[in-house]
Design a binder for this molecule. Structure first.
Ligand SMILES: [Zn+2]
Ligand SMILES: [Zn+2]
Ligand SMILES: [Zn+2]
Length: 257
């Protein structure tokens, strides 16, 4: 069975942890697990590196992961904390002498084109621009030999795409999951999912809701991500069932594709 290595590049919410100007116990924690950059994961398989989202922390995340090449980007949605590192792919364009395919829903690609107008407006420039090839996701697709299954979910009033690849799935920034998508989350070895905090939030699943989804879908291991400064790593993990933990920057595991 082909293997996929998954690395959590960032496990924090949109503002990151520590949060600027905050002096709470988690923001001032000396535990490295409490340092959370914006949410993203790296999938490595078949000699390829695929990332999900390009956060404003992408450059430092890529350095921490020793990312020497980048082969594709999957976008969950086009919120600022998931896209605004895109300009930093330029060194890979130069090194690989190629555009990088980027995958997203029609709505996501539309916002990307607007948010990065300088990439797409064809205005004459002497600056280097990110080289990208836009590919619209309209169902499961094959990427470097692996089947990638989009898992649509609601994110407040908008939509987000999670992704399933083999026995692992990544679903961030959701407030609810339709039954049709829950079907796609059966028999998982590893499930990384949004759990912002304990308090309910209109755009995000909270700890209680995510624990309920885990209980329902029964993955072997569940990892919570997009975590805000309400959740200290050690103290929160101590309260969870054995198969559930808070993800952290640098978390690394193998899955089967
Ligand atoms: Zn987000
Ligand atoms: Zn804080
Ligand atoms: Zn979002």
């Amino acid at each position: 069975m082909p293997k996929l290595e998954l690395t959590v590049l960032g496990s924090g919410t949109s503002m990151g942890v520590p949060t600027l100007g905050c002096h709470c116990a988690v923001c001032e924690s000396t535990d490295s697990h409490d340092k959370r950059t914006r949410p993203s994961v790296l999938l490595t398989y078949a000699g390829r590196n695929v990332i999900i989202d390009t956060t404003p922390d992408f450059r430092s995340q890529a350095m921490a992961a020793h990312l020497d090449r980048l082969d594709a980007i999957l976008y969950t949605h086009a919120h600022a904390d998931h896209i605004f590192g895109l300009d930093d792919i330029r060194p890979y364009n130069l090194k690989q002498k190629a555009a990088i395919p980027i995958y997203g829903s029609e709505a996501t690609l539309k916002v990307l084109k607007r948010s990065f107008a300088y990439i797409f407006d064809d205005a004459p420039t002497d600056s280097s621009l990110p080289g990208v090839e836009l590919i619209t996701i309209d169902g499961p697709f094959t990427l470097f030999g692996a089947e990638i299954v989009p898992v649509p979910a609601m994110h407040g009033r908008g939509q987000v795409l999670g992704f399933r690849f083999g026995t692992a799935a990544y679903l961030t920034d959701f407030s609810s999951v339709p039954e049709s998508s829950k079907e796609l989350l059966r028999g998982l070895e590893h499930f990384i999912l949004d759990a912002l905090r304990y308090t309910p939030h209109p755009m995000h699943s909270n700890v209680e809701q995510s624990l309920a989804l885990v209980e329902e879908r029964k993955p072997k291991h569940a990892w919570f991500t997009h975590i805000c400064h309400d959740l200290g790593h050690a103290v929160t993990n101590a309260k969870f069932p054995e198969n559930v933990g808070l993800a952290y920057d640098g978390l690394h595991f193998e899955a089967t594709i």
